[in-house]
Design a protein around this ligand. Structure first.
Ligand code: SF4
Length: 232
């Protein structure tokens, strides 16, 4: 039977409540002290893990605590700091362009509006929403690979384009829930609802998830798939 929009909204909000109870301490897994750091580490987290980014962060911001110092960085030195993250040339280039744009267009500060953030080089809606939600307390939905996969499994949307996913989910949840919703869903994706083998048999959403059975349903087998900490 086709689910009505109202039934979908109710089920989706119930699932989010279960996730909130399951992951009461869900938060952005990238370490940061201010908006500049969060913007930079989010850009660096592409194609690598949050954990790895967290390991280079102290050296990076000790050397370049703000946009002005990073914009003036020696390319080779910056490359050697971000080297452990892979793609070091491209990542260095991104950071140099990003910090130069912050200096040129925003007096070295990170802007707190989506329309300004997405104009910065290398900053898309995903990065902008991470920064808004976690550094500015402006609600944002972060559609990363986990979020997209899970909301489709949850039957909340069939959209595959990240921007369309963002808009579809924004219809289902009140604005104030957006940032924490993103954390809950991403944490669940990292710990339980994996891309390859979701741990359905040990999942707190098993009774209300339409994709139950996509992974092992035997509790013992599924429990072994759970991770206490996300790998990425
Ligand atoms: S029941 Fe399975 S597919 Fe559904 S959320 Fe849980 S792990 Fe993911």
């Amino acid at each position: 039977m086709l689910e009505t929009p109202l039934a979908l909204t109710r089920r989706a909000r119930r699932m989010n409540r279960v996730l909130a109870e399951t992951y009461p301490d869900a938060h952005c897994e990238l370490d940061f002290d201010n908006a500049f750091e969060l913007l930079v580490v989010t850009v660096l987290s592409a194609q690598t893990t949050d954990k790895r980014v967290n390991t280079v962060r102290p050296t990076l911001f000790a050397a370049y605590p703000d946009a002005r110092s990073m914009a003036a960085a020696e390319r080779e030195t910056l490359e050697s700091i971000v080297g452990p993250l892979g793609f070091f040339r491209a990542k260095t280039e991104s950071l140099l362009k990003l910090s130069a744009a912050l200096v040129a267009d925003h007096n070295g500060e990170v802007p707190g509006r989506l329309e300004d953030l997405v104009k910065l080089p290398g900053v898309g809606r995903k990065t902008a929403n991470v920064v808004l939600g976690n550094a500015f307390d402006v609600p944002g939905i972060t559609v990363d690979t986990h979020f997209g996969r899970l909301v489709r499994r949850f039957g909340w949307t069939e959209e595959t384009d990240p921007v369309k996913v963002e808009f579809a989910i924004a219809e289902v949840f009140p604005k104030n829930d957006w940032t924490m919703l993103s954390h809950h869903v991403i944490w669940h994706g990292r710990r339980c609802c994996h891309a390859k083998k979701p741990a359905c048999g040990a999942c707190p959403l098993a009774s209300i998830c339409p994709s139950y059975g996509e992974g092992p349903t035997d509790h013992e087998t599924a429990a072994k798939l759970l991770r206490t900490e996300g790998p990425n």
